[in-house]
Each structure stands twice: as structure tokens, then as C-alpha cells.
Design a protein around this ligand. Structure first.
Ligand SMILES: [Zn+2]
Ligand SMILES: [Zn+2]
Ligand SMILES: [Zn+2]
Length: 152
């Protein structure tokens, strides 16, 4: 495991590449994402978690900046009216996959790509180079499977 300091620097450097200034608020927002890697926060969630008083516009601007810097990605798994933000894993070539439970709405992440075979086939059969992909699998999570069994 790399130290959290090295990891933090790696993400901050991506933001610096956009020539944006690194402010204390921006660092705090980045840390919220780094400390909660499996969450998919809304802007509202971030505002609630911030210790320093930060205006709503600043938070939205920062999230937009992080998307431009390719450290966050906008996601929407359940046709919600608001956006959620997902931290990209800078060490992975492609975006991670998501499992979404139809019953409780829980979202889980899969970090194994699993698609190498498909990517290779697509290159062979369609002469198409896969740069990225978004995969959502809808279904029933482990906990909800148990609940269904108890109902029987
Ligand atoms: Zn995710
Ligand atoms: Zn892939
Ligand atoms: Zn569930």
C-alpha cells in the first residue's frame, strides 16, 4: 500500500496540471474523497462534511475543476436528479465497474477490470481500440437476498 501522503500528492499533481490553485478548501474536499473511496458523494454531501466554512459555489466549482483534472467523474446510477461524484483510481487504466442493488439502492465497486477479453475481441473483430468503459450491473445484493429468503 502506498502511503496516503504519496497518494494525496499524486492527486494534487493532477489538479496542478490544470494550472488551478491549490487552496485549503480544495485539499479538504480531495481528502473527503480519498478517505471515503467507496462512496459516491453529491455536492450536498461534501458541503455537510466540510469543517471549514465553504460556500456552495466554491464546492461546485471545485468539483467541476476536479472533473476537468480527471480525478473525479460524474456518475448517475439510479436516474437521480442530482449528480454524484466518483474518485478515479489513478493507478487503473480504465474506470471501475459498479454493482447497484435494485432493492436497497446500495452501490458497490469492482476494481478488477474483467473486460480484457472483450476489449481484445473488439479490437480483433471491429478494429476498435477501447479507451474506457462504464459498466453498471443491476441486481440484488447479498443482504437483500437474505431478506427475501426470510420472507418465504
Ligand atoms: Zn465508483
Ligand atoms: Zn478495461
Ligand atoms: Zn440490497
Amino acid at each position: 500500500m502506498e502511503s496516503s501522503q504519496i497518494e494525496f500528492t499524486r492527486y494534487i499533481n493532477k489538479v496542478k496540471e490544470t494550472r488551478a490553485k491549490i487552496t485549503p478548501q480544495r485539499m479538504e474536499i480531495l481528502n473527503i474523497f480519498l478517505n471515503n473511496k467507496n462512496e459516491h458523494f453529491t455536492a450536498e454531501d461534501i458541503i455537510k462534511r466540510l469543517n471549514t466554512k465553504t460556500g456552495q459555489a466554491t464546492v461546485y466549482r471545485t468539483l467541476e475543476l476536479f472533473c476537468q483534472a480527471s480525478i473525479l467523474k460524474k456518475v448517475n446510477f439510479k436516474n437521480e436528479e442530482f449528480l454524484r461524484y466518483d474518485l478515479l483510481d489513478l493507478k487503473n487504466k480504465h474506470f471501475h465497474h459498479h454493482l447497484v442493488c435494485n432493492k436497497c439502492g446500495k452501490v458497490m465497486e469492482i476494481n478488477d477490470d474483467f473486460l480484457d477479453h472483450i476489449e481484445f475481441k473488439v479490437l480483433q473483430d471491429y478494429d476498435f481500440i477501447t479507451l474506457n468503459h462504464e459498466l453498471i450491473l443491476n441486481g440484488i445484493c447479498k443482504d437483500c437476498q437474505k431478506d427475501t429468503e426470510n420472507e418465504k
